[in-house]
Ligand binder design. Sequence first.
Ligand code: NAI
Length: 521
Amino acid sequence: MSRFSKESVIAVIGAGAMGAGIAQVAASAGHQVLLFDAVEGAAEQGIVNTAKGLSRLVERERMTKQDADALVSRIQAVSSIEDLAPANLVIEAIVERLDIKQQVCRQLEEICSASTIIATNTSSISITAIASSLQRPQNLVGMHFFNPAPIMKLVEVISGLETDPQVATDIYNLSISWAKLPVHAKSTPGFIVNRVARSFYGEGLRINQEGATDFVTIDTLLRECGGFRMGPFELMDLIGQDVNYAVSCSVFEAFYHDQRFLPSLIQKELVDAGHLGRKSGKGFYDYSQSSEKGNITKIPSTVDLSSCPAAITVKGRLGIAEPLISLIEEKGIIVKRECEDDDEGMIKVGEAILMLTNGQFTTQRAAESYQPNLISFDLALDYQKASRIALAPSDGASKEAVKAASGLFQLIGKAVSIIDDIPGMVVMRTVCALANEGFDAVNQNVCNEAAVDIAMKGGVNYPFGPIEWANALGLNYTLAVIDNLMAVYGEDRYRASPLLRRKVAEKVLMAKGYSEQKGVC
Ligand code: NAI
């Protein structure tokens, strides 16, 4: 039996961006909600803002006026923290400072009953640290909503060292009854989303820092080829470079300077310059022309149209990129297949040899296989739907080879961005880094694999869970990309997760067992 029901009174402290949204979520599920803020009038203003937001839904006929009014009437602004005494659950969404959160939670313990649960919406502070000042640390749990709380589905339910498991379970179930997608996580730096997502920003920044291509092209590739709603640079501009950089620094510090989470110097430069993103009128993009989108439509690097030979040869299996072949055939190109059992597939088009990037420099792969005209292509979320692809030619590739390769992708409707030869290119390296970090979070008992995928899709709208994506790519391929990145850079950023390595070995073992069993039969 859960300790919460519709009759449970929910209190929210802090009526800012998050608190007001959380109050709306609880009221929408039918609870009476008490809303308190230290600043006089802020709770009332929070309710006014909620009512305004709901009236827009009424205008769009997505909610009736009656339901909107009823929802708002369930939220009551209170003027003193003592008024929160009847609450069964208090969710704090106040300023992100450990000392203040500890002090407010202690005060709540005095005011509310011994059975009241205190949930904190902190995005970066240890739940264990907040609980350490309490008489009943077992009743404190993290309940991490994402912005905007009424829209984003994810709630990370975070257990500190002392959190009663039943409290975490009850908050998890309550979140489900609030139409949210909860996941359990252990209190560790960045929890799930803010830990795994560091790779999304980190890889984009790193690719840009190494001059492989400009930030507009990286954003465009991650959107049009990777299926992400926003690229890392436009997203960092939206979040605020200062806020994003501070989170990166806090995760880095909290992990005792593990180089895996090393913050970016080019982001620090922006912060130092006061180029904080949309809010300051300039970040990576320039918003000074004051259109909502700024110059976000800046043109990505795209090659001119080329022609393509009438026939190609496909050697071996292309794995996740196999759907490309039917697209090519549909365009009337003759496709000759060779050595169909080879694992390392390639497409020969004119002088060019196209291969899915494997995390090596194309030039390195070309040198090892004596194929100067090797050109790597990037990972796509869906090769049929992707409207753009990146190519990274080896340093030895001829102009004709690059033209033939570009022409082939253009023929099947893809815009082509040629980037400099960088290991793992853009989408592949980002996705493999995300998956590697997801596996590492699981390896360190932060959460389970399903939670990583739910968290990244529900909290930051990723098109595919990083672990699902690694499975679709092949765990052995994902590991090979990470190991190749490690071989090139020699940095802990690309240290493969032990769990990923173990899973690959397990798959090999199972495949061997299967073939041996087949042999016996
Ligand atoms: P905010 O600055 O918009 O709102 C905080 C509110 O808390 C303000 O209205 C302030 O007057 C009030 N407040 C501060 N100290 C107080 C106290 N001692 N007692 C009562 N009220 C107090 O901040 P925001 O963005 O809503 O963040 C709140 C919490 O949620 C922080 O812990 C933050 O890390 C976390 N969070 C923020 C997200 C975001 O995207 N903004 C996402 C997820 C979590």
